[in-house]
Each structure stands twice: as C-alpha cells, then as structure tokens.
Ligand binder design. Structure first.
Ligand SMILES: Cc1ncc(COP(=O)(O)OP(=O)(O)O)c(N)n1
Ligand SMILES: Cc1ncsc1CCOP(=O)(O)O
Ligand SMILES: [Mg+2]
Length: 745
C-alpha cells in the first residue's frame, strides 16, 4: 500500500441499493463499518447527481471517519460534495470513466484515487502515469459474478496473482469474492478485497464484514510464503485440512464417482464430503443402470452441508440432467466456494454422449462458475464445438478456445491420445498462459475413475497449496503413483481402479505390492550373478565363437531334447492350473511349441550329427544337472501350485531369449554373426521374434501374478525363479565336465 495514505485497503464495501433492500444502504454501511469495513464505496448507477450528493452526505455522517468514503465513477459528485463541506475521501474510476490524472488534479494529493485494471495493458498504462496518481487498483473479476453483468473475463486467484506481481501499485481483489477467499488472495498479493453481495446481501452485514476482517487479520504474514508445512512436508492451507465436497454420482464398485473422489481427497490430505447426484449400477466392465434421485433432494444435501460446514473446495463430476445441473449452478452462485473444479462428464469411453442436448446446454452455463474444468479429449471437443483433436497441439488449441469462450481455466489432458507420453497442460486464456506437464505414459489396465480421481485431488490440492501450478504437479505425481499400483489391487475383470493409497501405504510402512514392472526389474536383478556366470562359461564362449567341439554340442542337444519333453509337460500343467482362459491358452501354446518346434529341430540335428544308427547305438541318459532341474520344476508345481510353477518355468524363456539374442546379434563378439558359424541356424531359433514375443508374454504373465500375490507367495515365487536360473547355469556347464556345477536340492 502507498505509504502516502493512512488508508487501510483491506476491506472495501461497494454498495448496492437493491441488495441492501428495505434495510437501506446507510443502515447496511453502518453495520459493515462496525464489523470492520475499512473503505465504503458508494456505487449507484441509477441515482441522479442530486440523489448521489444526498447519499454521500448521509453515508459520511454514518461512517463518521471510522472508514474512508469514496464514490464510484462520479468525480463530479466528489468535487461537488467537497464544495458543500461533506467529508468524502476520494473516487473509484473504471477504464471508461473520468481520467485518473484529472481526478488527482481535482482532488489533490491526499485524496484516494482508485482505478480498475484487469489486463497487462492496463498495468502498463498505469506505469506510464506520474508516480502517486493512483493509490490502488481494483483487479478482477476473481470469478464470475451476477452483481456486475458486464464484467470482464474472470481472472481467478492465479490470474490476479500474475497481475498483482506485475505492478507496485496495491491491488484490491474484486468480483465473486467470499470471506473464505481472503487467505489465498492475501497470499496472491492482494492489498485488500472489495465486495458487494457478500456483505450487502448478507442477513447480518456486521457479522459478514467481521468475518472478512478476522480472516484478513488471521492471514497476516502469509503473503510471501506458500503455507506452513505439515509434518509430512506438504504445505497445508492457513485454515488447516481443506474441507472438500464432491458433487458426483455413485460408483458402487468403488473406482470412480464419489467413492473415488472421497479416496482421492483423503489420499492427498483433505476432508472429503459427498452430495450424490445419481446412483449407477456399474463395475469395472461397464455401466448397467442409472437412477437419478429428485434434484430437490440434491439441493437438500447441498444446503445441509453448507448450513453447517465451510466448504473450501468443490469437485463436480457426473450431473445427470439439466435440472441437476441448474440445481448445482444455483447453489454455487449462492455459496461461492473458493475453489470449484468441474470434471465435465459428457462423453463415455465408448464415445457415446452421456448428456441430452438440454443438459449439455446447462453444463455450458455452469462452466464459468468453475475455476478449472478438466475435460478429456472427447469432452473438450464437444465444448469447443469441434471434432476430437488427434494431436497434442490440437488439444491445446481447443483448450484455448474453451478457456477464452467460457472464461475458465482448462486442464487439457493428453491421456486419451496415442503416444509414449501422457501430457497435461494448464491453459488460461485470461492470463495468456499455458503451463505444460509431461511424463511417460503408464502402461496399465487400471484406469477406471482416473478423471474423477484427478479432478478431486486437484480441488483438494488447490485448496491446500493456494495455486494451480503446484496443485497440478502434485496431483499428477500422486495419480501416476496410484496408476502404477492399480493392477496390484486385482479388482474386477475389466478396467480396474487406480490404487489411491499406494503412496500413503508404502510411506506408512504398510506393504504395497510392487507393480509388474517392478517385479520384472527386481527378479532380473536378482539373478544378475547367475547370468554373469552363464556368460563366462567356456561352453557359452565356445558356442558363441563357433569353437565348441561337436561332441559337447551333441551332448548338450541330447540333454536339451530330454529336458524339453518334460518341460513341455510342466507347461501343460501350468495351463491346467491357470486361473483364466488367456493364461491357460498361453501355457498350452508353450507346451505345444516345445514339442512341435524345438523337439523336432533337436531330433533333426541329433540325427544329422550322429546319424540314425549311431543314435540307436547309444542309449540316452539324462545327466545329473538335467534331472535336478526337472525335479525342481515338477516339485515347484506340486508344492507351490500355479504361482510357483510359472515362476520356475520362466528362466528357461527369459535366459534363453536374452542369451540367444546376444549370441545372434553379436553380443558376444563379431564371430557370433559369421555365416560359417557351425551352429548358426540353431542359435537363430532363440533370436526369433516369435520366441521373443512368447518370452515377453511369459514375463508379463508371471510378473502380474507376482505383483498381486501376498508377500509370502511372492517370496516363494522368487525363490523358485532363482533356483531355476541356477539350474540353467548347471545345465549349460554340464556338457563340459570342467564346468560342472551342482545346485542344492
Ligand atoms: C475496488 C473496485 N474495483 C473495481 C471496480 C469496478 O469499477 P468499474 O470497472 O468502473 O465498474 P463499475 O463498478 O463502475 O461498474 C469497483 N467499483 N471497485
Ligand atoms: C463492482 C464490481 N466491479 C467488478 S466486479 C463488481 C461487483 C462485485 O460484486 P460481488 O462481490 O457481489 O461479486
Ligand atoms: Mg465505473
């Protein structure tokens, strides 16, 4: 605030005769000043000059120096009032009202001269004025308000903060401001707030003003920081845990709707409440039915909450029809919660429109009442009146159109586009800003309720962090962690829910199941020493450079043929034990492949190498390593069932695939690629794409089971897997006696 003036800008009451009603403007002003209003701005667009002069005289008497008195628009009235000896402190002028230079000239250096500013160009113009011309800027609207139907696009608190930071003239926030906004506006750099309806229309104007004043005083000292840290390190709002209301539909399967919202709000540190707009009958595979209770009952739920509880943030989800939407809109206009996030649920994943044309129209009217909308690609296209965007640039362009058209901030979401990344962007046409957030796409089927969860987490985090950018960054971090662990919950056979508490549980010491990707990485690392030892075996080195003696290779193939015959049976057993048809089919196909492809090739090669007579002459004996390995496979199935059996069969896929590919592609040196290599065609079999694909499926199948298993079962699976890897090492070592290794039974 300018040090020239002793004026306190913290709470301006802007008068409105209609809202003051029968009580009269003077009575409301008297109460408001008693409650703590520091400036009274007489604003009456309908009064004549004479009527305004009478009102100025009356208000000056009522205020009696306990607050400053200014007049809206009418410099001439202020000059005339002063000529009559009435104490009036200054004028508030808009961009199209009298010039501020003229006002300063007419009223002198000690008067208050306020000016409306809501764009960068306005600030630039103020900066060109002589210093001290303007005492404060009225910056708004913070959110849409019916009190001033011709208001400019809403800035939101963030837009206000951007402007306030760009000028050294004190900024007063105006437009749709309620008492609950005070801390965050003060944190955003406000020198004060200016309100009409929140005081003029209040049943008790003194109490209303007192609440503003108390909140202003309570938030002293928070201007520069981001809120006090909580024990866990995350900032929390000045008022403590944010109370967040979800207005949405019910999903009895718990992954979406209010159930997801309540979990999300709790997971990111809020107190969740829910007013139910509709009941659905759904699971992870789809929606079977919707029941919409009367909108009057929704109104009852909303009013009952607001009558008792201060709502710090609202998340709006499924709104079934136009009546429900109008009910929510009317409630928002009356209560004016400080944070409103609207997830415009309009288009199903299938592409079907969920709202009838009337409801879509009503939803468009709701948009300007929100601080942030979070449409998916299809919903964004409906709001932008365009075809769904297919590129990220297209999504951003549509988000700009929607943001400008509806005067609302948009979170553009790239999750439904194709591509390796899943970007989001905060698009604010009023502030002319686009903030992008990027990150790898998370491969998971657990995507049910992602939009609900993100929007409710955003509402909560916006209330506690005080600004959108950090709220989006933190909500994304949390959601990505929840997505990564969703499959471990094993809920439903369709698209399962995200694991809302994954981060919380692991930080709190509760066992959180690893994701399949984590299982894969952990298990591969677990056998790193065995893999290294296999690479260093003289047998493998000689196989790679083609110097392996024929007798050793022959012995190896004979052992391998026997191994594969029994291995095929263990895969058939895995197929028998498999819990679902895809897994059953996969293991059965593996068993078949062993017999048809690999066994046949080995028989042919053995035939080539030895000749049929030779083969008959030398009866086959499985070596000790082979027998031990096969015993382990059979025992794993009979002792540990499906989970342990598939863990035990995995190294045969994985190690051969890795080794085969490196042998073929020269991973062991250029000799491996030589056309003269005596075993080239045999090696090529393990480098084939079909084998690579089968290996990928085997890893995914086993990792998914391990990720969902209890910790004890997962540990047994890992033991069986490691033991098989050790048997692989012994198996490779066996053909050359010098290499032989024994594995404990
Ligand atoms: C404190 C404060 N800020 C802004 C305004 C709006 O003034 P203006 O833009 O001239 O619009 P009208 O109020 O005249 O319609 C204000 N009155 N007070
Ligand atoms: C006069 C004015 N100028 C910008 S918004 C506004 C009215 C604010 O009224 P309310 O506090 O009821 O939203
Ligand atoms: Mg004006």
């Amino acid at each position: 605030m300018s040090s020239r003036h002793p004026f306190d800008l913290s709470l301006t009451l802007v008068t409105d005769a209609a809202l003051c009603g029968e009580r009269g403007v003077a009575a409301v002003v008297a109460e408001a000043v008693a409650g703590g209003a520091t400036i009274v701005q007489l604003r009456d667009k309908l009064a004549s000059t004479e009527q305004l002069l009478e009102q100025v005289a009356e208000l000056a008497g009522v205020i009696d120096g306990r607050a400053a008195l200014v007049v809206n628009d009418r410099l001439d009235v202020v000059v005339a009032a002063r000529e009559r000896g009435i104490r009036v402190d200054g004028v508030h002028l808009g961009q199209s009202d009298a010039a501020v230079l003229a006002a300063r000239d007419a009223l002198g250096p000690d008067a208050i001269v306020g000016l409306t500013a809501n764009t960068r160009a306005h600030l630039d113009a103020v900066a060109r004025l002589p210093r001290g011309t303007v005492d404060y800027l009225g910056v708004g609207v913070i959110r849409p308000t019916s009190t001033k139907p011709d208001h400019p696009p809403a800035l939101g608190v963030d837009g206000f903060a951007v402007l306030a930071a760009a000028t050294d003239v004190p900024c007063v926030a105006i437009g749709g401001v309620g008492a609950a906004d005070v801390p965050e506006l003060r944190r955003a750099g406000a020198a004060g707030v200016a309100v009409v309806s929140a005081i003029c229309a209040a049943p008790d104007p003194r109490a209303a003003a007192a609440e503003f004043a108390a909140r202003w005083a309570a938030s002293a000292g928070i201007e520069a920081d981001g809120g006090s840290p909580t024990a866990s390190g995350a900032p929390r709002p000045a008022g403590g845990v944010p109370r967040v209301l979800s207005i949405a539909g019910s999903d009895p399967s718990g992954g979406a709707g209010i159930q997801a919202d309540l979990k999300s709000i709790a997971a990111v540190g809020g107190y969740g409440m829910a007013a139910i707009t509709a009941l659905t009958a759904q699971n992870t595979r789809g929606v079977r039915g919707v029941h919409v209770p009367p909108a009057t009952f929704l109104a009852d739920q909303l009013d009952t909450i607001a009558d008792d509880i201060e709502v710090d943030a609202v998340k709006i989800g499924m709104l079934a029809n136009a009546e429900v939407i109008d009910t929510v809109a009317a409630w928002l206009r009356r209560i004016r919660p400080p944070v409103v996030v609207l997830d415009p649920v309009m288009v199903a994943t299938s592409g079907d429109r969920l709202l009838d044309p009337d409801a879509e129209r009503a939803l468009r009217d709701l948009l300007p009442l929100a601080d942030l909308v979070t449409p998916n690609v299809a919903e964004l296209a409906v709001l932008a009146d365009a075809e769904p965007a297919t590129t990220w640039a297209g999504v951003i362009a549509q988000a700009e159109t929607v943001s400008a058209g509806f005067g609302v901030r948009v979170l553009a979401k790239g999750g439904h586009l194709d591509g390796a990344t899943a970007p989001d962007a905060l698009v604010d046409a009023a502030a002319a800003t686009i903030v992008e957030f990027d990150g790898e796409r998370i491969a998971t089927t657990a995507t049910h309720g992602t939009g609900c969860s993100l929007s409710s987490a955003l509402a909560t985090l916006r209330a506690s962090l005080g600004a959108w950018e950090p709220a989006v960054a933190e909500a994304r971090r949390w959601l990505r962690e929840s997505l990564r662990h969703g499959e471990s919950l094993a809920v439903g056979g369709g698209h399962g829910p995200v694991h809302h508490f994954a981060g919380l549980w692991s930080r709190g010491g509760l066992a959180t199941a690893p994701t399949p990707a984590e299982v894969e990485a952990e298990w591969w690392a677990e056998i790193a020493d065995v893999r290294r030892a296999i690479d260093e075996l003289p047998f493998i080195r000689a196989l790679a450079d083609g110097s392996l003696p024929r007798t050793a290779f022959e012995e190896y193939l004979a052992q391998d043929a026997h191994y594969l015959r029994v291995y095929s049976r263990t895969l058939a057993e895995a197929s028998r034990l498999a819990p679902d048809a895809p897994a059953q089919a996969f293991w059965a196909a593996g068993a078949q492949r062993c017999l048809d492809g690999e066994l046949a090739l080995h028989r042919d090669r053995l035939h080539d190498l030895r000749g049929p007579r030779d083969q008959r002459a030398r009866p086959f004996e499985p070596n000790a390593a082979n027998t031990a390995y096969l015993d382990h496979l059979v025992a794993s199935g009979s002792r540990g069932g499906y989970a342990e059996l598939i863990a035990a069969v995995l190294p045969c896929y994985w190690i051969y695939d890795d080794l085969g590919r490196r042998l073929v592609t020269g991973g062991f040196g250029p000799e491996a690629l030589s056309p003269e290599h005596p075993y080239a065609d045999w090696l090529a079999m393990y480098g084939e794409p079909a084998f690579e694909l089968a290996t990928r499926q085997a890893i995914d199948t086993v990792a998914a089971v391990a990720s969902r298993a209890t910790p004890a079962v997962r540990a047994r699976m890992l033991r069986a897997f490691r033991r098989s890897a050790e048997h692989e090492l012994a198996f490779f070592a066996a053909p050359w006696p010098a290499d032989r290794i024994e594995v404990d039974a």
